[in-house]
Design a protein around this ligand. Sequence first.
Ligand SMILES: *[C@@H]1O[C@H](CO)[C@@H](O)[C@H](O)[C@H]1NC(C)=O
Ligand SMILES: *[C@@H]1O[C@H](CO)[C@@H](O)[C@H](O)[C@H]1NC(C)=O
Ligand SMILES: *[C@@H]1O[C@H](CO)[C@@H](O)[C@H](O)[C@H]1NC(C)=O
Ligand SMILES: *[C@@H]1O[C@H](CO)[C@@H](O)[C@H](O)[C@H]1NC(C)=O
Ligand SMILES: *[C@@H]1O[C@H](CO)[C@@H](O)[C@H](O)[C@H]1NC(C)=O
Ligand SMILES: *[C@@H]1O[C@H](CO)[C@@H](O)[C@H](O)[C@H]1NC(C)=O
Ligand SMILES: *[C@@H]1O[C@H](CO)[C@@H](O)[C@H](O)[C@H]1NC(C)=O
Ligand SMILES: *[C@@H]1O[C@H](CO)[C@@H](O)[C@H](O)[C@H]1NC(C)=O
Ligand SMILES: *[C@@H]1O[C@H](CO)[C@@H](O)[C@H](O)[C@H]1NC(C)=O
Ligand SMILES: *[C@@H]1O[C@H](CO)[C@@H](O)[C@H](O)[C@H]1NC(C)=O
Ligand SMILES: *[C@@H]1O[C@H](CO)[C@@H](O)[C@H](O)[C@H]1NC(C)=O
Ligand SMILES: *[C@@H]1O[C@H](CO)[C@@H](O)[C@H](O)[C@H]1NC(C)=O
Length: 621
Amino acid sequence: MRLLLLPAATAALSAALDLPQGYAPVPVSCPPDLEWIRPAVGLSRGEADWVQGRKKVVLGALDGYLARLGLTDFDVPEYISRLNQSGQAHVPILGMAISGGGFASAFTGTGAMRALDDRVDAANEQRTGGLLQSLTYLSGLSGGSWPTMSFSANNFPTAEEIVDIWKPEIDRFLTVENTTAEAATVDDMFEQIVTKDLEGFDIGVGDFMGRGYAYEFVPGASGGLNTTFSSIRNLSKFVSHEMPMPIIHLSEVGTGDPEYDGLYVPRSNGTIFDVTPFEFGAWDGSVRAFTPVEWLGNRLSHGRPVNESVCYQGFDRDSFIIGSSANAFNFWYLEAVSNNTLGQFAKRSLRQPGPSKRSIPLVDLDGIADVFEEAVGLNLTQIASSSYPNPFANLSLSSGNAHSSASLSMVDGSETGQTIPFWGQIQPARNVDFILAWDDSQDAAPYGWISGANLYNTYLAANATGLPFPIIPPVSTLVNLNYTTHPVLFGCGANLTTTGDTRAPLVLYYANAPYSAYTNFTFWQSSTTREQMDEIFVNSFDIVTQGNGTWDAEWADCIGCAVVERSLAHVGMQRTAQCEQCFSRYCWDGQLDESEPAEMNSNLILDPSVGFLEWNATNPF
Ligand SMILES: *[C@@H]1O[C@H](CO)[C@@H](O)[C@H](O)[C@H]1NC(C)=O
Ligand SMILES: *[C@@H]1O[C@H](CO)[C@@H](O)[C@H](O)[C@H]1NC(C)=O
Ligand SMILES: *[C@@H]1O[C@H](CO)[C@@H](O)[C@H](O)[C@H]1NC(C)=O
Ligand SMILES: *[C@@H]1O[C@H](CO)[C@@H](O)[C@H](O)[C@H]1NC(C)=O
Ligand SMILES: *[C@@H]1O[C@H](CO)[C@@H](O)[C@H](O)[C@H]1NC(C)=O
Ligand SMILES: *[C@@H]1O[C@H](CO)[C@@H](O)[C@H](O)[C@H]1NC(C)=O
Ligand SMILES: *[C@@H]1O[C@H](CO)[C@@H](O)[C@H](O)[C@H]1NC(C)=O
Ligand SMILES: *[C@@H]1O[C@H](CO)[C@@H](O)[C@H](O)[C@H]1NC(C)=O
Ligand SMILES: *[C@@H]1O[C@H](CO)[C@@H](O)[C@H](O)[C@H]1NC(C)=O
Ligand SMILES: *[C@@H]1O[C@H](CO)[C@@H](O)[C@H](O)[C@H]1NC(C)=O
Ligand SMILES: *[C@@H]1O[C@H](CO)[C@@H](O)[C@H](O)[C@H]1NC(C)=O
Ligand SMILES: *[C@@H]1O[C@H](CO)[C@@H](O)[C@H](O)[C@H]1NC(C)=O
């Protein structure tokens, strides 16, 4: 990226003094009876109640979705009636997870959501519509956190509506000359975040990047300057349980982790934090506790505010949450200074060393660092990660930095090597039955397609932690069996899960691939024309529906089989013969093919006569 203007640091500081404290957390009196910390056992009361309410609404959505399918020997009315008779207890809990991968993943993932939306006629015609309305959880990290946050914070519009809100053709980072309602200059964004520094909070690149992202993805005046994640709980479609609950992931990093050039890099077993409209915290690793998200920003010790006379609210700005989740400054920097040999970008771990067209030039990264140094006296180490006042200090439920430090250092949610945000959804407390994973991590070098490495990494991490998850074969097998170009189901049989039973969710894995358009534009392309967005949406639609059923007319029904699978035993029903056939076609059965895979570099899957050069001649995005 090429920042057009670098702010005059001292001017930013003085101008910030005149701004309304719209971004800075606001001092309030401390709540007297708050349960500041709860151990990570079960769900919070708020989430548990909300999920119960959501199940009633999902029941109706699922009924509509399943009824549109052509399931030949499955009794949909009987199934729905049995779910209803259970007091909705057995309504399956369905989730979708959108991977990191910058703007590419944000937009291809949005295209996938669109293909599952019962407000889109074509989706209902293809019988995939309504699955979106049946989801209880939607998780995202890094670029995938943008649609996850944006659909939620905008009260769940359609994809077409949200593109009008986003105005993706505007580049929020590179070409802004004047601050408007839709974009701000680098100077002005810097002034906005300096208000937080003046209130006594650490700021960093995550705050800054978050401002740029927020002008696109967060509703509210001045690029959603004031908008908080906890306020999603007040939106009408959240209150009426008509949207899924968003979960956003961050990775923790700090002293004790590998360090290069003053920058820390999380280990593959680094702690993954969950941020939801209810809570902030982690299920395992260095923290096994949660704190109410609206009270984030308060330093606690032994579960009590360190300063009992003043507490803060408004730290949980949407802007900062997505800024933190999509801030890999440590990796960007290490890639740039090491000729791509350091800063193993986990999500692109299969790439070769050497100069990468996907790296951000060092001069721009240095430019950002200089501004922080001059304006607020913070060095590279301090700004690279996002700083959260630590609520978990001195608890038996925390360890390492999270036990002893005044603040938590958070980096891009993908940095532990799991770019698909499964972790929050595979916690037994959430009881998720089925996860639709959308992978646009661009981890297959050199063309930015998908290798499946991140899916495999989640299996390794889940297995090591003892969490129920499908067994996933290594990358060579994933590629050789075409699971990175066509969808596949994992965990169908109990013997193909980490725990040898059916507690693991069934995973439907979709990788981004060129069906009708080449959607492997670099993760850092920061403006997108409406024409390209339309092509992205059609490509995702073609992936989700497998070319409107041209690959297999029964594909949509097979998705339905996977959706209901885990709940059947609870309501005393059997997998049907049609679903048996679907599973024999689409479930990975444990076979391996570990031969050296070919490079991911395909002609258009729906029109193999068209290669990239030919396509690029008429679609020069
Ligand atoms: C942010 O909220 C505060 C208090 O509610 C208000 O005074 C301020 O104008 C808001 N700023 C923006 C940019 O919306
Ligand atoms: C569930 O049962 C209730 C009470 O009998 C009924 O009003 C409702 O329509 C049923 N819901 C569905 C989706 O069948
Ligand atoms: C920005 O503002 C300046 C001064 O008002 C004006 O000359 C210029 O045309 C504006 N640029 C854009 C892109 O609107
Ligand atoms: C940045 O400052 C901190 C605190 O003074 C120090 O521990 C760290 O080593 C510094 N990092 C760099 C890269 O200078
Ligand atoms: C993570 O891995 C490191 C190094 O392999 C090890 O020292 C540490 O104990 C592990 N942490 C956890 C929580 O397992
Ligand atoms: C970077 O790596 C590539 C590939 O290994 C090598 O050809 C090139 O010389 C390296 N450049 C520098 C500046 O080290
Ligand atoms: C999965 O976990 C089991 C039990 O800890 C272990 O024996 C096995 O080696 C693990 N598998 C992989 C692929 O790591
Ligand atoms: C994978 O796709 C290629 C190209 O379409 C095909 O030749 C090959 O047979 C497929 N492999 C499997 C295991 O289906
Ligand atoms: C599938 O249907 C969608 C929506 O009507 C359309 O945009 C797309 O081009 C179709 N794809 C194929 C392969 O027919
Ligand atoms: C898993 O179990 C099924 C039947 O229950 C069997 O057909 C299959 O061979 C088993 N697979 C493995 C990898 O053990
Ligand atoms: C996109 O994919 C095509 C086909 O694999 C490849 O030719 C092209 O170079 C890729 N574009 C980028 C930006 O990597
Ligand atoms: C694709 O088209 C653009 C615009 O015409 C051009 O700049 C670019 O070099 C083309 N890419 C390739 C790999 O030919």
